[in-house]
Design a protein around this ligand. Structure first.
Ligand SMILES: Nc1ncnc2c1ncn2[C@@H]1O[C@H](COP(=O)(O)OP(=O)(O)OP(=O)(O)O)[C@@H](O)[C@H]1O
Ligand SMILES: [Mg+2]
Length: 328
């Protein structure tokens, strides 16, 4: 029989329209039945899940491309990339404070017309800062999915050229698109350019490009959502911060978030007897991306070598491996 937790989880994913989680919990129930020797029931549940996934064309990791919106062509080709999104809000694990801030964006965006009647504008220009793998890019995807808007990522390598005038002209093209097509626009990983160029002593140039971008952001009064993400907020001129409606600082996960990340990622296996204190203590200091990857490593090992039996030790081992990987 499914446990009370699993039944609650099934109901919750149904209420949240979270098909991915629903199927993954259902498979967890099937795995449990199989372990108890109820093979017929386990295989019935599995084939029901597979049939229903096929019907909905949703796999656990499938990404649904955004319909009707096309990849930019002409001058914008190579500058803006339409990015498929399928990630949902409840897959994202964040501290209550950051979650509330993102929630606020959704609430205001959904009621933007009501706000406009009173001369108020919904927040739409955000700066995401924080260490790698803490959910900045993922949050951009969640905002787009939740608002049912396409997500465009700006390809910074192609935007930045040696000639400032040319870069500004390209930025203008992008901001024209932002005005014409309501969508979520992500200027991702400024820091990547920063580090690439810094080897050639070009930090000054990056600063100029960033500042020029921020001027465009200030002038933009469109209905699109403009996001900038960086690992190095110190490269930005502090005076320019006020051009954003909100600055969200992403953080590495705390104990509670580590537990949720592990539960989310390993929902397809039996996690009832894990020692959470040990796991959360050991994963402290890892980013959410690293915790997620450690879970994937542990899950693979459980499936391939331990008859799908997951243990605290397997997870601890995977976490340690991620940690030593970091030091290299
Ligand atoms: N807060 C989070 N909740 C759930 N999963 C997360 C979170 N942060 C990261 N992940 C996992 O790690 C992957 C990478 O995260 P993401 O690309 O959002 O990090 P980032 O903050 O944009 O990092 P970078 O600064 O390197 O661009 C995600 O696809 C997801 O699987
Ligand atoms: Mg990112």
């Amino acid at each position: 029989m499914a446990t009370a937790e699993q039944i609650k989880s099934l109901l919750k994913s149904h209420a949240d329209h979270d098909d991915g989680r629903f199927y993954s919990v259902a498979l967890q129930v099937a795995a449990k039945e199989a372990r108890q020797g109820h093979h017929k029931l386990a295989s019935d549940i599995k084939s029901l899940v597979e049939r229903s996934q096929k019907a909905n064309k949703i796999g656990l990791t499938s990404s649904k491309p955004t319909p009707l919106v096309k990849q930019p062509k002409g001058d914008l080709k190579g500058l803006l990339e339409l990015t498929p999104t399928s990630v949902r809000r409840n897959e994202l694990v964040l501290s209550a404070d950051i979650q509330e801030r993102l929630e606020q964006v959704l609430i205001e965006q959904r009621q933007k017309d009501r706000l406009a009647k009173y001369g108020l504008s919904a927040r739409r220009k955000l700066l995401f800062t924080g260490a790698p793998g803490t959910g900045k890019t993922m949050s951009a995807a969640v905002l787009a999915t939740e608002l049912k808007l396409p997500l465009y990522t700006v390809v910074l390598d192609n935007l930045i050229t040696r000639f400032m005038g040319e870069t500004a002209a390209k930025l203008r093209l992008i901001f024209d698109h932002i005005k014409q097509t309501r969508a979520v626009y992500l200027f991702d990983e400024f820091d990547a350019i920063g580090s690439q160029r810094s080897s050639r002593n070009d930090v000054g140039e990056i600063r100029r490009v960033l500042n020029s971008f921020l001027l465009f952001v200030e002038q933009d009064s469109s209905e699109s959502i403009v996001l900038a993400a960086t690992n190095h907020p110190e490269l930005l001129d502090k005076a320019l911060y006020r051009r954003f409606d909100d600055i969200i600082q992403f953080e590495k996960p705390g104990k509670e978030q580590i537990r949720m990340l592990v539960q989310n990622r390993l929902a397809m296996l039996d996690i009832a007897s894990l020692s959470w204190n040990q796991i959360t203590a050991s994963a402290k200091g890892l980013s959410s991306a690293e915790v997620t990857r450690a879970c994937e490593d542990a899950a693979k090992e459980a499936v391939l070598y331990h008859d799908t039996k997951l243990s605290t030790d397997l997870i601890l081992k995977a976490i340690e491996r991620r940690k030593t990987g970091n030091q290299k």
